[in-house]
Ligand binder design. Structure first.
Ligand code: ZN
Length: 449
């Protein structure tokens, strides 16, 4: 029997784009190509079924809210290995970001290629189950623990790519460049050797080899780790290469005050000014500043039409500080979200905390709101279109004609949503909820959960 070429998904509600406007639609009908996964049409369902082409498969999700698949713009998958492991104070136990980092490095240096694959696969599988359909993996384990390249210098990158492919998750592999332990250092600490390529030439050769693998499921980005770990002249080289090949640039920016103080001492400027002066911000949407917590008013002007990636559960866990998300939004930086250390994998929680931390900081309510005064759509955008923009994949994170059917179904009968008016479900999910009610996950038109 010949299978129909298209599938139509229906549900009680969906957040879709009609005429270019994201909106909540009752009784949506989303039709997509079953081979490519591309959305062909979105309409309101004809209750009489008159718009149902003969032979087309129909999949009714029932009392559910369909949302775009979520985009996780910043992750270090292997760090999930220390979930729960750094929360007791002792002589060698973490009590600051820097001592937490020591504990994290210990795990980083135990992993062989099989270990990288296993931890990454487990992490990515959890992401997919939580409604994440594309991840930006900020990948910095490159070489053997002593810094020696593997026979294939991209061995560990290939393990990450294989993990994403086996899970069915889209991946933007943000290849990290790392060359030193800090401003006064000529090179890395012993425990940082495996992060380092030794030269920008060696690093860019790896990036170019990985670029040949690009597909709808895999893209590549350039990721200078931070101003702490990369010299300004190296930043300029990386930026030029990224712009020449249209690759997104991501970097850790102003996560800790010590980083800012060291940067001022070395450069007499803020980290963001160093990135800007190196050319990283040339072109709209070229650069994503991860964290961007301890920033000046001049910094806020620099990122107009660029991206900020907030990771509120990790930033809280590590005592980093509160990202001034409202200020970033007012200065027209696109907000995105990351699970970062993967101690928590739940972009609904990340989105909720983005707003809630602002309420605590500003002692006000409804801080991150759109021009209609709504908070939930803006938080959903951070978890979807904002992340897609950060990863250089603007076709993702939206349910729109021409985009792939990457989607999640929210079970409106889940105990956390039961009794909530359907039209408040999006607000309840994003401002009082978690990823728990996600009942189905689709990537490229294939159901993955
Ligand atoms: Zn990070």
């Amino acid at each position: 029997m010949i299978q129909p070429a298209t599938l139509a998904v229906t549900a009680k509600l969906a957040w879709v784009e009609l005429d270019g406007v994201p909106q909540l639609v009752e009784h949506p009908r989303i039709r997509f190509d079953r081979v490519s996964g591309q959305v062909l049409a979105i309409s309101r369902q004809d209750p009489a079924g008159a718009d149902q082409p003969a032979g087309e498969l129909l999949h009714d999700l029932g009392h559910a809210l369909v949302l775009p698949g979520m985009i996780n713009a910043h992750s270090h998958a292997f760090q999930r290995a220390i979930r729960g492991a750094t929360h007791t104070l002792g002589p060698h136990s973490p009590s600051s970001f820097w001592t937490w980092r020591t504990a994290m490095y210990e795990v980083a240096n135990t992993l062989d290629p099989a270990g990288v694959y296993e931890h990454t696969r487990a992490c990515f599988a959890e992401m997919l189950g939580r409604g994440i359909t594309c991840v930006g993996e900020f990948h910095y384990l490159h070489h053997a623990p002593d810094g020696a390249p593997y026979a294939d210098p991209n061995e560990l990158s290939h393990q990450v790519i294989r993990a994403a492919a086996d899970v069915g998750l889209r991946l933007c592999l943000l290849e990290v460049y790392y060359s030193r332990s800090g401003p006064q250092a000529a090179g890395p600490l012993p425990e940082q050797r495996r992060f380092c390529d030794g030269s920008t030439d060696a690093y860019l050769a790896r990036v170019d080899a990985l670029r040949t693998l690009a597909s709808p499921m895999l893209s590549i980005g350039v990721a200078p780790h931070s101003v702490r770990a990369v010299r300004a002249d190296e930043l300029a080289r990386l930026a030029a290469h990224a712009h020449a090949h249209g690759l997104p640039i991501h970097a850790h920016v102003s996560e800790q005050l010590l980083e800012n103080q060291q940067c001022q001492a070395e450069h007499g400027r803020t980290p963001l000014q160093v990135f800007a002066d190196a050319g990283c911000l040339a072109g709209p949407h070229a650069f994503t500043a991860v964290h961007a917590i301890h920033v000046s008013s001049d910094d806020l002007e620099l990122l107009r039409d660029q991206q900020v990636c907030a990771c509120p559960t990790t930033e809280a866990d590590l005592g980093d500080g509160i990202i001034p998300a409202t200020s970033w939004h007012e200065h027209r930086a696109t907000l995105s979200l990351g699970s970062d250390s993967n101690a928590v994998i739940d972009l609904i929680q990340e989105a909720r905390l983005l707003e809630m931390h602002e309420r605590l900081r500003l002692q006000a309510r409804l801080c991150l709101r759109d021009d209609q005064g709504r908070v939930a759509p803006l938080l959903l955008a951070a978890a979807s279109t904002g992340g897609a923009r950060a990863l250089g994949r603007p076709e993702l994170g939206r349910l729109a004609v021409g985009s792939p059917f990457d989607a999640v179904a929210i079970d409106l009968d889940h105990p956390t949503l039961r009794g909530v008016d359907d039209h408040l479900a999006l607000d309840a999910l994003l401002l009082a909820g978690t990823a728990e009610p996600i009942s189905q996950v689709w990537v490229a038109g294939r159901r993955r959960r």
